[in-house]
Design a protein around this ligand. Structure first.
Ligand code: NDP
Length: 353
């Protein structure tokens, strides 16, 4: 018998969709993904440290709460707690991996079924549709929720990889306020709207010292109004015709950047306590083989306002795979919920029980 709904992806959108679908008795089947970086199990948050902007998780004794909620057999996947204590107890904001394990747990508590595999293709040529896993037989399903997210683009330097989560980040809004960045000069790489937004966000923090924007050409891609925002900001300095050649650090944290001129290849060092990479994202859609309509940047197109419908009926999209604008855990979770409600109503409309 065909599944009612298959959910592809296991970030905030996937688990929120699963929680809602499971509670609507749709018995969802979630494909969690295994391939890094494209199908990151538990999504991009699995790579971040403390998440201070997810509502409902202020600083507190998260450590004990998470361990009380998450099944014992998955405790091995929980990260070490940060070293902040208050009155002898752990006191920190939920870490990305903890938040994702909590979301997964909530879905499991309502009888969501989870498969540790990737979907490599989908067949939408006849109904019920089919999803094709990397291993195992194709699975028939009436509805599909695509929640495979997007991945931040990085420069691809080995030193950048070494300092990820130790001063290298791809999200200023998520990480900029962390203690390790307080009162230090910081760098933002990129020259699009995101780069300016990230630079302005960092420069406006109470703890901001100075923000250096590293721009590879002699002009910015960002919209004029955003460019002006960067140029007029007293705490932002723009380094034109410049790329990052190497991230420098002391083994624990970033301490600077080796910069290279794109004009004459000359190099110099810049002391910074963090590097924020804002050079665009890539949506995880290759397994769709262009069977759903995307926008000009490759993100799945929502075809109805305030709905998660895609170009194919019965196929819904949630989270960053369809959102190149907000890209926040909370907005992904929100659209995951919407997709499950959209599936429930679509199945009812079609008389599929
Ligand atoms: P964009 O693709 O617009 O910009 C990417 C930037 O990164 C470009 O400046 C590009 O340089 C630079 N870049 C790419 N690769 C490298 C590299 N290897 N080394 C150095 N620099 C590199 O992506 P964004 O994420 O900025 O924006 C995505 C979309 O979201 C856009 O449509 C944007 O308008 C929108 N957005 C809107 C906002 C708003 O309205 N407030 C805020 C944030 C995003 P180059 O120009 O030389 O190619």
């Amino acid at each position: 018998m065909a599944e009612k709904v298959v959910i592809i992806g296991s970030g905030p959108a996937g688990w929120s969709a699963a929680i809602y679908a499971a509670r609507a008795s749709l018995s969802p089947l979630v494909f969690e993904g295994t391939v890094k970086p494209e199908m990151i199990p538990l999504g991009q948050l699995a790579y971040t440290t403390e998440v201070e902007n997810y509502p409902g998780f202020p600083f507190g004794n998260i450590h004990d709460f998470v361990r009380s909620a998450v099944d014992q057999d998955r405790h091995w996947n929980l990260p070490e707690p940060p070293d902040h204590k208050k009155d002898g107890q752990f006191h920190y904001a939920v870490q990305g991996l903890e938040l994702m394990e909590l979301m997964k747990q909530q879905a499991l508590n309502f009888d969501t079924r989870v498969v540790e595999d990737d979907i490599v293709d989908i067949d939408l040529s006849s109904k019920p549709y089919k999803v094709i896993p990397a291993q195992g037989e194709p699975i028939e399903t009436h509805a599909i929720i695509v929640a495979t997210g997007a991945r931040a683009n990085y420069l691809g330097l080995p030193s950048e990889e070494e300092y990820k989560n130790k001063g290298v980040s791809a999200c200023a809004v998520c990480d900029g306020a962390l203690f390790i960045f307080h009162n230090k000069p910081l760098a933002v790489v990129g020259a699009g709207d995101s780069a300016v937004e990230e630079a302005a966000y960092l420069a406006n923090l109470k703890t901001a010292e100075k923000v250096h924007m590293i721009v590879r050409r002699d002009e910015m891609r960002a919209s004029k109004i955003m460019q002006k925002r960067a140029m007029d900001h007293p705490k932002i300095e723009i380094h034109w015709n410049t790329v990052v050649d190497e991230v420098l650090g002391d083994g624990n944290l970033v301490t600077g950047l080796k910069l290279k001129s794109t004009k004459d290849d000359s190099t110099r060092e810049l002391a910074v306590g963090g590097m924020f990479v804002a050079i665009g994202h890539t949506p995880n859609t290759s397994f769709l083989h262009e069977k759903l309509t995307t926008n000009d940047k490759g993100y799945i197109k929502w075809t109805k306002a305030f709905r998660t419908d895609t170009s194919v009926e019965g196929v819904f999209a949630a989270g960053d795979v369809a959102d190149d604008y907000y890209r926040q855990a909370i907005t992904s979770a929100g659209t995951g919920c919407m997709a499950a409600l959209d599936v429930e109503r679509w199945l009812a409309e079609k008389g599929i029980e």
